[in-house]
Design a protein around this ligand. Structure first.
Ligand code: FE
Ligand code: FE
Ligand code: ZN
Length: 304
């Protein structure tokens, strides 16, 4: 069974129940959410009754808890320790996030490893290793998935070798996995048109069993651009056929595939409304047929 879903929201009023309902409305059987806003670290208190209700809803709809993923907020930066206070904050936030994940029953957290800013690559990698050695405990159930990055600015982990160095440096590295992001990989210079070769390289450097999540995104820019601007499926430089080939790869059959493609803006520019593309992109992916009228179909559906 194809595991396909998207990023969904998580609000303080209905929490995981809202996320599950949103995911189901797109026809998903897996999904990912931030435990609050992606760009800040304000987090609400988790309501146990809502968590139970969400679990029932998942069970009724045959969605497995193990295919639900949390994304850590992207302002967490473990690669830079110039400001001791921010570095400490990132470490402590990640510890809390692991606790939140276990309370919700979520087994995987995707994490952007970080940017070294004014330091250098080696220092950045070392900072991540030290931080993870402080965060990860030997008996935690939650796995941290390091995301492959585009290499924008001073981001690390745009090369598999960076991730490999982190895994080698972390004591309880059995708690580490990897999240492949197709837009980031393409932007970093990996050719998604020869995905077999990429997976072979991945297996040699890191090992296939370490793939915990795939972010399926097209890219607004050409290969090696290091820009990190996501595009709707089939509308960018990675292309529909290459993405379908990745999504349906047998070696990734048990790995949740998550869309993080951009919302579509409304046809009348005045109101500035945006609509989630996921229901329609998932449909297109299930049919394996590119819809060249996707954006209009989405607008018509939400404006009807
Ligand atoms: Fe990400
Ligand atoms: Fe991503
Ligand atoms: Zn991205």
């Amino acid at each position: 069974m194809l595991l396909i879903g998207s990023h969904v929201s998580f609000r303080s009023n209905d929490q995981l129940v809202g996320s599950v309902k949103e995911a189901l409305s797109y026809g998903s059987n897996c999904f990912m959410f931030y435990t609050g806003a992606p760009q800040n670290t304000k987090r609400c208190k988790l309501d146990y009754d809502l968590t139970l209700e969400a679990r029932n809803l998942l069970y009724e709809n045959n969605v497995e808890l193990k295919n639900i993923i949390i994304h850590a907020p992207y302002i967490i930066n473990l690669a830079n320790n110039e400001k001791e206070e921010s570095y400490r904050f990132s470490i402590n936030f990640l510890k809390d996030e692991i606790n939140r994940a276990s309370m919700l029953g979520v087994e995987k957290i995707v994490l952007h490893p970080g940017s070294f800013v004014n330091l250098d690559l080696d220092k950045g990698i070392n900072n991540v290793i030290n931080a993870l050695n402080e965060v990860i405990t030997y008996n935690q159930e939650v796995k941290l998935c390091l995301e492959t990055m585009a290499g924008k600015g001073s981001e690390i982990c745009y090369k598999l070798e960076h991730i490999k160095r982190i895994i080698d440096g972390v004591r309880y590295s059995d708690k580490l996995m990897v999240c492949l992001d197709t837009c980031h990989l393409h932007d970093a210079g990996y050719n998604m048109a020869s995905f077999d070769e990429f997976l072979k390289e991945f297996d040699e450097v890191i090992g296939m069993d370490k793939i915990g999540c795939v972010h399926v995104n097209d890219s607004k820019n050409d290969i090696s651009s290091h820009k990190d601007r996501h595009e709707n499926i089939g509308y960018g430089y990675v292309g529909f056929d290459n993405l379908i080939n990745i999504i349906y790869d047998d070696k990734l059959a048990n790995v949740p595939k998550i869309l993080e493609t951009p919302y579509v803006s409304s046809s009348d520019g005045k109101k500035q409304r945006v609509y989630p593309p996921y229901k329609f992109e998932i449909e297109m992916i299930r049919k394996k047929a590119f819809n060249d009228n996707l954006l209009n179909d989405i607008r018509n559906y939400y404006e009807r």
